[in-house]
Design a protein around this ligand. Structure first.
Ligand SMILES: NC(=O)c1ccc[n+]([C@@H]2O[C@H](COP(=O)([O-])OP(=O)(O)OC[C@H]3O[C@@H](n4cnc5c(N)ncnc54)[C@H](O)[C@@H]3O)[C@@H](O)[C@H]2O)c1
Length: 335
């Protein structure tokens, strides 16, 4: 039986606590939050658990096998480093850390201590995204030309991080997962309208070596609540709309075909306006799947789908994107 502890029981941490209280074969053993009131609320819902306000005290509890970190992103590195050094398996919310060098250090530390390090790239555990990956890999869409994502809402306005670091990790992780490769260049523009030093609205353009493109639009200052991804392939196109309660994926049998034998390029093109169909996706809560995956990997010594390396790849793009953002959208190589 794996004994789990969750540190950070705020807005998102509460969900992590709920999800880990239902994973098998494991038990939610402890929670830790510097905020006594928040901790008390959790203790009321889960009276059997240990409750710690001090992270050091939690680390000293030898009964804890694994720690899930759901504290603000700038704290991830130090808390994860301490947990790995104390011999605990670690799950960290996205983004893994705030710098590439910190992520690399955590990967080395996890390898040295033979511990599992997993990052909460939630969308990779979303059944509709997994279905979309299968559809792309089957070749049904043809060659993938480009992808764009929209993650917009009014709020939640963050203090510790801008919209790029807060929202884009979801979209970057999806793009890496679906494309199976890392883009080579990035250009990012954004503005802080509410507070000049924290960008509320960000547009990012990513270029792959083979000509594929991806665009990410994230904002917490928008009238729409949108979580959408569009994939345009040479044969078909797909829209993933996470705001749809059931029909989250729609495949558009639309495209442009070239006919041979015409002298003018325009005459040789025909638009294909085919059917739209909705593949059947059996929905299950992505967070539940994600947390169960962590427990499974720890119990069986398996490499998580979203391991430290995957966390590092996302942080590389975030860091290069921030560099571009700081230089008014200059194109930055992703190394
Ligand atoms: N996967 C998702 O969809 C998703 C959604 C929202 C947030 N998140 C991530 O979850 C993390 C937390 O975000 P949030 O919105 O819940 O933040 P939050 O501010 O609501 O909660 C953070 C909690 O951590 C506690 N805390 C901070 N430092 C601590 C320390 N050293 N020891 C003990 N407790 C400490 C705070 O008291 C607070 O209760 C972030 O990394 C964020 O990126 C993920």
């Amino acid at each position: 039986m794996l004994r789990l502890a969750v540190v950070g029981t705020g807005y998102w941490g509460k969900n992590i606590v709920r999800a880990f209280s239902n994973t098998q074969p494991s038990a939610l053993y402890a929670c830790c939050d510097a905020d006594q009131d928040r901790l008390q609320q959790i203790k009321t819902s889960y009276p059997g658990i240990q409750a710690y306000t001090s992270y050091d005290t939690l680390l000293q509890d030898t009964k804890v096998d694994a720690i899930a970190i759901a504290t603000p992103s700038p704290t991830h590195f130090m808390l994860a480093k301490q947990a790995l050094a104390s011999g605990k398996h670690v799950y960290v919310e996205k983004p893994l850390t705030m710098t590439v060098s910190e992520s690399s250090e955590l990967i080395d530390l996890a390898a040295r201590h033979k511990r599992i390090l997993m990052v909460g790239h939630l969308m990779i555990y979303h059944p509709a995204i997994q279905k979309l990956k299968d559809i792309i890999d089957s070749g049904e869409l043809g060659d993938i030309f480009y992808v764009y994502t929209q993650r917009l809402n009014l709020g939640i306005i963050r203090e510790n991080e801008n919209a790029w670091w807060s929202l884009a990790p979801h979209d970057i992780s999806i793009i890496l997962y679906l494309s199976g490769s890392i883009p080579s260049r990035i250009s990012v523009n954004g503005q802080g309208y509410l507070r000049s030093h924290v960008q509320d609205v960000v547009f990012a353009d990513l270029q792959f070596e083979d000509g594929r493109m991806a665009q990410i639009h994230v904002s917490w200052l928008d009238p729409h609540k949108m979580r959408k991804l569009t994939v345009v392939g040479s044969r078909k196109m797909v829209v993933f709309d996470d705001m749809e309660p059931i029909e989250k994926l729609k495949i558009y049998d639309k495209g442009v075909e070239a006919k041979l034998g015409y002298e003018s390029y325009g005459d040789a093109l025909t638009l294909r306006q085919g059917d739209i169909y909705i593949p059947n996706v059996t929905m299950e809560e992505p967070l539940k799947i994600e947390c169960q995956h962590f427990v499974h990997c720890v119990m069986n010594g398996h490499k998580p789908e979203t391991d430290g390396e995957n966390g590092l790849a996302v942080v590389k793009i975030l860091e290069a994107g921030q560099q571009s953002l700081d230089s008014s959208g200059a194109v930055v190589d992703i190394l």
